[in-house]
Design a protein around this ligand. Structure first.
Ligand code: HEM
Length: 468
């Protein structure tokens, strides 16, 4: 058994942990409706660790929010905690052969093989592209009228993942693939996105597809089309014989110990993992940043002054850290399934249970962050985020692969928007959160008007085109 952070006294069984007694469906709905206040209420009632009943088939999930326990979870051996099945609701997007599903040695090997496509020269190419895209795409966002910015922001993040996956060799079917992926991702708005269709019989899935308002039929049709388009893009690249440092090239160069390349399904699963993991999260982060800044005139003024001066990005970095602290897009890190008994913080967790580290609760712990509900980018001045008290990107073996790219995107969009526009909102009431499967974004999609800055008329008159 793995024992981490266990005091001298005997460990208590996880089954003795407190938690709400309401039915599974009720807990699931409460969580989906408002993940932030549901988690806060549970912590107030039950303390830093508690049990939730939100998983199908009677499996139990234990929320932890003490940084030492979170650290122990991140550091546990690969054979003791798995993430694969923790992503079960996402299976319909990511399949079962990609990074987010694999565990142990297979996961370790794949991660190492893919890493070159987001490091070194590849990272420099992506960085240049993110800057260019932010300038070009933000200029097309509507000006003057109050609109939900979410769709514009999300579509921008899909374009960035195109650069990560395909690099400069954009597939001829890209425009269609873009629209199909965009439509697929809209399923995340619905609670039906939580249904684990891969565990159901074909007949049960057929019945669910017939219930049109669930959105599953449309999703599966889109998925079939996306699979065909991705296969076409892969064939096109292989036929061209031109390979670079983009993710597709890197994946086509992978050979396993037995000499075999990645299969078509594996390529598809990795690509869809990127379109899901790299866009739902980053678009939520950018939405929160703009929603929050538009309510915080002092922080906004300081940030605009820094951006206009163009000398440093200290306050921008603090702003990004603070947004990800207050509104972590994945408020709870991907659950870990216990494969072998493990003791953490004096509690014994048995195989089959799941551990769920709540970044949201850690980030709002007043013992770690004084006045946790106040947005204060200043708290990051001269402070480096710690790996166990600032965990928007998770940690351990499965820590987010795209963290640096996400921060690039957040900074590029904020720079571009704030150097050309003033933020105007209808009222100062915070939007509050809403769930998109495992992510948490703004409830109204960040309803703001971007008003061209009178003092920057040279840069602010390019607006008014559809999102793209
Ligand atoms: C603000 C934006 C983002 C946030 C908050 C975020 C958050 C996360 C979290 C919490 C995890 C799970 C970590 C864990 O299990 O400990 C994760 C995994 C992952 N993320 Fe991100 N992410 C963001 C952006 C991105 C981007 C832009 C990409 C791609 C370019 C990306 C690709 C991935 C991948 C591939 C994984 C799976 C890693 C693995 O299993 O080894 N993410 N992310």
């Amino acid at each position: 058994m793995s024992t981490v952070n266990t005091p001298a006294r005997e460990a208590v069984p996880a089954t003795s942990l407190p938690g709400p007694r309401s039915p599974m469906l009720y807990q699931g709905l409460k969580l989906f409706r408002d993940p932030a206040s549901f988690m806060r209420t549970c912590r107030e009632r039950y303390g830093k660790r508690f049990e939730l009943k939100i998983m199908p088939k009677g499996s139990t999930i234990y929320v932890i929010s003490d940084p030492d326990e979170v650290k122990a979870m991140f550091l546990a051996p690969r054979t003791v905690l798995h993430t694969g099945n923790g992503s079960a609701a996402l299976e319909k997007f990511i399949g079962q052969t990609g990074l987010a599903w694999l565990d142990e040695e297979e996961h370790k090997a794949r991660r190492k093989q893919i890493l070159p496509s987001i490091k070194g020269d590849a990272h420099k190419r992506i960085e240049a592209s993110v800057g260019e895209m932010a300038e070009r795409i933000v200029a097309t966002w509507p000006r003057g009228e109050v609109v939900a910015l979410y769709p514009y922001i999300h579509r921008f993040t899909i374009q960035v993942i195109r650069e990560v996956v395909f690099g400069k060799a954009v597939p001829s079917c890209w425009d269609e693939l873009f629209e199909v992926v965009w439509d697929m991702l809209s399923l995340n708005r619905r609670i039906s996105s939580m249904i684990e269709t891969h565990t159901m019989s074909p007949f049960a899935v057929k019945v669910l597809r017939a219930v049109r308002p669930l959105g599953l039929d449309r999703f599966f049709k889109n998925r079939a089309r996306a699979d065909a388009l991705i296969a076409q893009a892969v064939r096109e690249r292989m036929d061209s014989g031109e390979f670079g440092d983009d993710m597709l090239s890197v994946m086509l160069g992978i050979t396993r110990e037995d000499g075999s390349p990645l299969s078509a399904v594996e390529l598809r699963d990795e690509i869809m993992t990127m379109f899901l993991a790299g866009t739902e999260t980053t678009s939520a982060a950018i939405c929160w940043a703009l929603e929050c800044l538009s309510r915080e005139p002092a922080a906004l003024e300081k940030l605009v002054a820094e951006i206009d001066a163009g000398q440093s990005d200290t306050y921008l970095t603090g702003t990004v850290h603070e947004v990800l602290r207050m509104y972590p897009p994945t408020p709870q890190i991907i659950p870990r399934e216990v494969m072998k008994p493990i003791e953490i913080g004096g509690v014994r967790y048995e195989p089959g249970a799941h551990l769920w580290a709540s970044g949201y609760l850690v980030h709002h712990d007043p013992e770690i962050y004084p006045e946790p509900d106040r947005f204060r980018p200043e708290r990051w001045e001269g402070v480096k985020p710690s790996a166990h008290t600032w965990i928007p990107f998770g940690g351990g073996h499965t820590r987010c692969l795209g963290d640096r790219i996400a921060i690039l995107e957040m900074k590029a969009v904020l720079r571009e928007v704030l150097s050309t526009c003033a933020l105007h909102r209808e009222d100062m009431k915070p939007e509050g959160p809403r769930s998109r499967t495992v992510t948490m974004t703004t409830r109204q999609g960040t309803r703001l008007a971007l008003r061209p800055r009178a003092d920057r008329a040279d840069r602010a008159d390019l607006a008014g085109h559809p999102a793209g």
